[in-house]
Write a protein that binds this ligand. Sequence first.
Ligand code: UTP
Length: 277
Amino acid sequence: MIKKCLFPAAGYGTRFLPATKSMPKEMLPVVNKPLIQYGVEEAIEAGLSNMAIVTGRGKRAMEDHFDVSYELEHQIEGSDKELHLEGIRNIMESCTFSYTRQIEMKGLGHAILTGEPLIGDEAFAVVLADDLCLADEDDGDGDGVLAQMVKLYKQFRCSIVAVEEVPMEEVHKYGVIKGEMIRDDIFQVSEMVEKPATEDAPSNLAIIGRYILTPDIFDILRETTPGVGGEIQITDALMKQAKEGCVLGYKFKGKRFDCGSIAGFIDATNYCFKKFY
Ligand code: UTP
């Protein structure tokens, strides 16, 4: 079964400059918790226990976050303040963390390939922590997005991308799929275009930052030539998988906030503040 979750987190986060000049985007807090921690919690909820993080220069804060801070912990020992560390301590007890660095930023596909030594020859999940996904108790059975996808993988045993309907004027920001509907929320992908112009988009079903990938993706990525923007695109590799076998697009239940953009980040902050604090 799926045990490993890869977090490509090496990007520069230029939309958040100057905040991200010396701090990773994934450490930006939505209220009081960094984005990467929301992602790790979602992965744990889905039953995954090995977190594999692809980092880059200037990203050491993530490694420190998932580690003991002796001085701080000694200082607040026995006080009410310790309660604030309960969540992160539980995380550290329930999973392992491994890290590798992407030396050059050559795109998401390249970042995923960089994670291969941490994953090996098994199916794995991918979380882009700047897409914050939250379960919605009014929609579905309360499972997080990754938990829903892991369940689906048990049934179909192929790569799965999470998709969401977006307004046509926003398709240019995403990878977009076209596919045959095999259940009201599942599509068998037949076409996939990275960041299409509105008039070229095959649908308004946009891929968001949650994937389940079968390990043959690594060999495909190795042979994938750079596409849009000179980057190795995961969509190009997935399209090859779709042609040779099967890739599913899954319309997940729950809420997604694009925390890679300032507007999405503010929406997420307001939503989480009202809901959790
Ligand atoms: P984005 O393009 O949204 O992230 O990549 P970015 O480049 O950090 O942000 P901007 O556009 O400059 O503001 C999507 C995800 O893929 C990771 C990013 O860290 C992010 O989680 N990524 C992207 C890598 O790890 N390596 C890359 O070379 C590119």
